[in-house]
Design a protein around this ligand. Structure first.
Ligand code: GP9
Ligand code: MN
Length: 656
């Protein structure tokens, strides 16, 4: 038992030292430090505990073998991390070029001090061989191994519980591999990743090319013909797509204490020259994947998955995304700009499947302390610093598709002192009260960005598209929201609050002012394709062109609820939109629509779970995307002196 305890303590210390010296895990509060410190204990107890099942010398040698394998596993991760700045996963192992490139560069990546990681094994080995004669031949009585492993499981449960307090929905949402390692440790991360990979693979291998046919026949039927008036109007133009984090439509024209909250956005909505078309009945359709779901919806016309984020769990699927189509058919160069870590939401992998040419993540920005808050770079420096990169993009041969992702208007809606330019609301609910201040900050950042675009000559001839990704104020704040809106927040009212803005301006095309059609994020891709003069019919898309006369005016939510102009179906009840009353006896048409929505969502899930797009050949012009063709430069943040994550995620997740 003494030998076991020594091995355990050495393993524990070694692992902790590796965590703090080798990896950049962004630990930034006491709880996270504590969890990082204790998490090797549970895996040590459980994994090393196996050796206790053997007796005498066999116990000793088994312990040594298990400990060596664990060390090897950690060391492989250390070396991998030095090259790729991420941990080994089943998915990365399957990309053979990763293993190859590590093999080649191993000597360059190994360091002399690495030998210290084997020091505990040497100590244990010497002890084992020196005292060989003293090993008792008796087996441990069964209670011992069982107690040790049970203690391990208990430690794991406590670890998991504390992790969930600091980061709610850690496992359900799977934000970032870094987070799992930080909270639960490397062995637990590897176990979780393996379980997920096996699950995904089982569903994928059961799918066949016939499964896509049912989907095709559904999306064919739903398809809406383009409107001649708009078809091809954006062809050859640069596209600038602006992501408004957590921005809900109720902010538009809202006056707080008599003052507009977002005067600049309001001015675009009420654009006198009718440049912009504003869709005021446009909804977000995201699920647990939040931002990631919004991105998936808008670039693929696919919904997220019912649980977790498809960006993470379906990150290696085949996609036929807008950036890839534009790249192949109209020589566009696509880029995403975002001042957060590239690994968040698995973007650095899934973007490759979308055919996104460049990914400007936090490594490309000056992330000094005064420029960062909450999840990452503040919006004002973000837009400012993006300008030179945008100029670079404009130098490319063809047009560009640039996706600018803001971040400051994110839960918990904090600003640094002196950066607020309006007073908070005064409901007494801090989240809701601050929401208006970060919205104003975003509005000002946007105004400055437009000015810079105009100065640099990038405004006039570009398509500008602006959208909100998802709600910022969850149902937990209904009380405060009823003060803000002056109405009680019923389930129907809450569904109505899921509106997010969608604005689009196409140079040379007269805007429509405000368009009242009911639509959602899933409709954006077909709309864009038609504006660009590409027929959307070839592609699997669950949405329809918002400018089409045949646009389908029902908007599914990820949970099966849906909105239409006249009635809504929310949490199992039909409502009359005008009166707000429950419809006790829905018509046949309503019931059919409800069935259709759940059928549509189930087909969507089959596409994602079965990775069905690998069987779909849209047309002769389509080349399947090879993720190996994409490399996103500056990813080694350890060498980036400016990188600073101190203020990162100083909150409890997104749903509070
Ligand atoms: C993180 C940012 C926030 O990079 O996009 O994501 P969210 O929490 O809104 O899903
Ligand atoms: Mn978001």
């Amino acid at each position: 038992m003494g030998f076991f305890l020594l091995a355990l303590i050495l393993f524990w210390m070694k692992t902790y030292i590796i965590y703090i010296t080798e990896f950049d895990l962004g630990v930034n509060n006491l709880m996270q430090q504590f969890l990082l410190f204790i998490n090797p204990l549970s895996s040590g107890l459980i994994i090393l505990g196996f050796a206790l099942l053997f007796k005498g010398k066999r116990f000793g040698i088994t312990l040594l073998i298990i400990d060596s394998l664990l060390t090897l596993f950690m060391y492989a991760n250390i070396v991998f991390y030095r090259e790729f700045n991420s941990f080994i996963t089943i998915q990365t192992l399957m990309q053979t070029e990763n293993a190859g490139s590590i093999g080649k560069s191993f000597l360059g990546l190994a360091e002399w001090h690495d030998l210290l990681y084997a020091l505990d094994l040497v100590i244990l080995g010497v002890l084992y061989f020196k005292r060989k004669a003293d090993w008792s031949p008796a087996r441990f009585n069964f209670k011992k191994p069982a107690t040790v492993m049970a203690a391990g499981v208990l430690a794991l449960a406590i670890n998991l519980g504390l992790a969930h307090i600091d980061r709610p929905q850690l496992l359900e949402r799977v934000f970032d591999n870094n987070y799992i390692v930080k909270y639960l440790g490397l062995p637990n991360f590897a176990a979780l990743n393996t379980v997920q990979a096996v699950e995904v693979n089982a569903k994928r291998s059961m799918a066949s090319s016939e499964d896509i046919m049912e989907v095709e026949s559904y999306t064919d039927k739903k398809y809406a013909e383009p409107n001649d008036k708009y078809f091809g109007k954006a062809k050859g133009k640069n596209i600038i797509k602006i992501h408004l984090e957590s921005f809900q439509s109720f902010l538009i024209d809202y006056k707080l204490n008599g003052e507009e909250v977002t005067p600049f956005l309001n001015s675009l909505v009420h654009d006198g020259s009718k440049n912009f078309t504003y869709f005021d009945n446009f909804f977000h359709q995201t699920g647990q994947g939040k931002t990631a779901d919004a991105e998936l919806l808008m670039d693929n016309s696919l919904y997220g998955t019912p649980q977790g984020a498809a960006f993470v769990t379906k990150g290696t699927n085949t996609y036929q995304a807008l950036p890839a189509i534009l790249g192949q058919r109209q020589n566009y160069t696509s880029a995403v700009f975002h001042g957060d870590e590239g690994s968040f939401w698995n973007r650095d992998n899934v973007y490759k499947q979308f055919g996104i040419d460049r990914f400007y993540d936090d490594a490309y920005y000056d992330m000094s302390e005064d420029k960062v808050i909450n999840y990452g770079l503040k919006d004002k420096p973000f837009f400012k610093q993006s300008m030179p990169m945008l100029k670079d993009l404009a130098k490319e041969d063809g047009p560009f598709y640039a996706h600018m992702m803001t971040l400051t208007h994110h839960y918990s809606f904090v600003l640094d002192e002196g950066e607020e330019s309006i007073e908070p609301a005064n409901t007494g609910d801090g989240t809701v009260d601050r929401y208006f201040q970060t919205a104003r900050y975003l509005d000002e950042a946007l105004k400055q960005f437009f000015k810079d675009l105009k100065e640099k000559g990038l405004y006039e001839d570009s398509v500008i598209m602006i959208y909100g990704d998802h709600y910022g104020i969850s149902e937990n704040h209904n009380k405060a929201m009823s003060e803000i809106t002056g109405e009680e927040i019923t389930p129907l009212k809450n569904a109505n609050l899921q509106r997010v803005p969608y604005l689009i301006r196409v140079p040379g095309m007269e805007g429509q002012g405000t368009n009242h059609k009911f639509s959602g994020q899933v409709d954006v891709m077909p709309t864009m394709l038609h504006l660009l003069g590409i027929n959307a019919k070839d592609y699997i898309q669950f949405g329809t062109d918002m400018f089409s006369k045949e646009h389908k005016g029902f908007v599914p939510f990820r949970n099966g609820s849906f909105m239409t102009k006249d009635y809504s179906y929310v949490d199992g009840q039909f409502y009359d939109n005008k009166t707000g009353e429950v419809i006790e006896e829905p018509t046949e048409k309503m019931k059919e629509r409800k069935e259709q929505v759940s059928y549509e969502l189930s087909l969507n899930d089959e596409v994602l779970h079965g990775d069905l797009l690998r069987f779909h050949e849209p047309n002769k012009k389509w080349e399947p995307v090879d993720p190996n063709d994409y490399q996103y430069g500056k990813s080694n943040k350890k060498n980036n002196a400016n990188n600073n994550n101190d203020n990162n995620e100083n909150n409890n997740g997104n749903n509070s």
